[in-house]
Design a protein around this ligand. Structure first.
Ligand code: IMP
Length: 192
């Protein structure tokens, strides 16, 4: 079985990816006993994904991928974007982020937004990025308890409910992260 490190400490993401990449021995940072946080100091999603993947590749010299995601709101010129996790400041707090977003969009009629993920994949000979996007609109109030982050405010196109209200399977089928992961998966399959 081919081994592939997923440079993340987020167990939800690891569980999600293991369902898609069944024939790959995906190892999270916890599973290779790497406990340190990798600082996300870049100013783009691509930059942070590459930074994390390169960092771990340099330590383990094993194929690795890392992801970075954010919510991009059209009326806010793409904010909070790469700063989504800490939009309302330190320490990161999803409720405060959502409250700040609602207030930034008060009286705003253009509520278009997208979640975007970039996955960076690094091997000895390769450095590739895969992007995944899901477009939608920002609700006018918090709706639903499912998911995490901005999910209770994000209504994906084609639906009337937020990711916080929709069943988990719906999000898994269309999310930014799933789209990017599917592209990485297709790439890996093309090599076999
Ligand atoms: P990360 O790079 O995947 O850790 O995402 C950074 C931040 O973007 C998170 O802390 C959330 O605020 C937001 N975010 C990313 N993906 C999602 C999602 O699927 N639902 C809701 N919020 C998300």
């Amino acid at each position: 079985m081919k081994e592939l490190i997923f440079a993340t400490h987020n167990q939800n993401k690891v569980d999600e990816i293991k369902m898609i990449f069944k024939e790959y021995g995906i190892k999270s940072l916890a599973e290779i006993d790497y406990r340190e946080e990798i600082d996300e100091t870049a100013q783009t999603l691509e930059g942070n994904a590459l930074l994390k993947a390169n960092y771990i590749f340099e330590v383990y010299k094993t194929p690795v991928f890392a992801d970075d995601s954010g919510l991009e709101v059209e009326a806010l010129d793409g904010a909070p974007g790469v700063y989504s996790a800490r939009y309302a400041g330190e320490p990161k707090n999803h409720e405060k982020n959502n409250a700040k977003l609602l207030s930034a969009l008060q009286n705003e009629t253009n509520r278009k937004a997208q979640f975007r993920t970039v996955i960076a994949y690094i091997t000895k000979n390769t450095q590739l990025c895969f992007e995944g996007v899901v477009t939608g609109t920002i609700a006018t109030e918090i709706r639903g308890k499912g998911g995490f982050g901005y999910d209770p405010l994000f209504i994906p196109d084609g639906y009337t409910k937020t990711f916080g209200e929709l069943p988990r399977e719906v999000k898994l089928a269309c999310s930014h992260r799933s789209n990017a992961m599917a592209k990485l998966y297709t790439h890996l399959k093309s090599l076999t």
